[in-house]
Write a protein that binds this ligand. Sequence first.
Ligand SMILES: NC(=O)C1=CN([C@@H]2O[C@H](COP(=O)(O)OP(=O)(O)OC[C@H]3O[C@@H](n4cnc5c(N)ncnc54)[C@H](OP(=O)(O)O)[C@@H]3O)[C@@H](O)[C@H]2O)C=CC1
Ligand SMILES: O=C1CO[C@H](CO)[C@@H](O)[C@@H]1O
Length: 329
Amino acid sequence: MRFGIMGTGRITRRLVADLQSTDGVAVTAIASRSAERANWFASQYGIENAVEGYQALLDCDEVDAVYLALPPALHRQWAVAAAEAGKHVLCEKPLAVDAQQAIAIHAACQKAQVRWLDATAWLHHARSKQMLDFVHGGGIGKLGHVSAAVSFYRPFQSGEHRLRADLGGGALLDLGWYAVGIACRMAGVMPQRVFADCVMEQQVPLRANAMLWFDQDVTASLSVGYDTATRKWFEAAGSEASVICDDFTRPWADRTTRYWVHNSAGEVQAHECADRQEQRMIETLIGDQSLAEFNQFAIQTQAVLDALIQSARERQAIDVVVPSLTASP
Ligand SMILES: NC(=O)C1=CN([C@@H]2O[C@H](COP(=O)(O)OP(=O)(O)OC[C@H]3O[C@@H](n4cnc5c(N)ncnc54)[C@H](OP(=O)(O)O)[C@@H]3O)[C@@H](O)[C@H]2O)C=CC1
Ligand SMILES: O=C1CO[C@H](CO)[C@@H](O)[C@@H]1O
């Protein structure tokens, strides 16, 4: 499948190599708002076509799929336009800025009969499946509580989209995407009720703390922010044991990819599981397996984030309204 890329920012510089090293994928075009940046990027990464403006990418016959790596507030517009141009879509997380926009992306892809996937790579790592199977198979007894923390410490460059409300910035959407995702995956269902409290800066959440209430007395507490050093861990605590992973969003680069099981006898077992999550994610999009489950989960995650954002604004717990979808191609 021939990919065209929208945006030349931080994540593109990393994911372009993952695309180029995945079997069955070629990166044939790069688009930027600036022709100069597109040309520079194309020459650095050996990409044949450099185009100015995102529409020009959609007009390219050499592109079958778009990797959309723009600030969240632009995802809906360009994902819908890509679908309408008949291109498959790999859209960066968060899928959009709210569930309504996320559903609009899904609807456009359905209508155009193209495939779409949010670029939430950890979901595709073999370790994630192992940990989820272990918890869902009763390996920790009855699940009681999930804790998760995802953060990094600024500095930001001026104009950084993460600090701009109009571009869909803020740690709650950006990093809450991961924390909500792991809590819901571990719980195996979406929460019924949520609460969030945020420390704001420039009208976006710089830090957010959240509580999620699920069925059967399962709860989760989440901490995300741009004001503490890098954290990407979770713990799923059950009646007999806990699963702990300190890098679930993306394995630390210089260490063995692991997770741990702590049992009530005080024993600790380490499990190793190496994988290349970005390649697995890309393979999932370009393959022929149904994407319905991933699509549904992305939209539901967005709905939980909607409720958390509303909760922080209204300073009260909010009931979650979980949308359900028609089937994906
Ligand atoms: N999956 C992952 O691990 C990660 C995912 N992300 C996600 O990827 C997306 C992009 O993040 P990131 O690459 O860090 O962002 P950057 O700000 O580094 O890059 C975004 C790119 O979008 C383009 N763009 C278009 N309009 C604007 C605008 N008004 N302001 C700023 N940039 C604009 C620019 O490219 P140009 O000017 O060339 O057109 C810019 O380089 C976000 O949704 C983020 O959450 C980010 C990091 C890691
Ligand atoms: O998704 C992401 C992964 O983590 C990064 C920080 O390390 C975030 O900034 C980013 O948006």
